[in-house]
Design a protein around this ligand. Sequence first.
Ligand code: HEM
Length: 120
Amino acid sequence: TPDDTLYQDLGARSGIADVVEELLYLIVDDDRINRQFRGLDVASFHRHLTDQLCQLAGGPCTYSGRAMRPLHAEMAITDTEFNALTENLVLAMERNGIATGVQNRLLARLIALYPEVRNL
Ligand code: HEM
């Protein structure tokens, strides 16, 4: 059986969906990055990011969105923008009562996607 401890600690798919919803509110209010998200299909983004985080955390989800590298390449995302989004994700988890250690376990898995998102 796959290790789904992190998925469970994040509150399963509904807990992750709540974090992603909060993240969306924070993005809209963040002038460092919101211009990148103009015209976003909110429902589709919410579903895809929730599935991706769920899968990364060892949960029973399958990411069905676009590939990370081509999708983000055209945005020419800077380190500052990457860090701003990460900061918002941490705050979104904080607001949903996710413990710091659990937050860091998710961030550790997400950082593996850094080269793809930055197109390095
Ligand atoms: C580890 C970091 C990141 C991950 C895991 C990630 C993940 C994702 C995922 C799963 C989607 C949805 C793809 C789809 O619906 O097909 C997406 C879309 C998007 N991401 Fe990221 N992302 C990251 C970093 C960033 C950063 C730093 C920015 C900009 C500041 C950004 C901007 C966007 C935008 C604007 C879209 C929507 C594109 C569209 O629908 O046309 N992402 N991202």
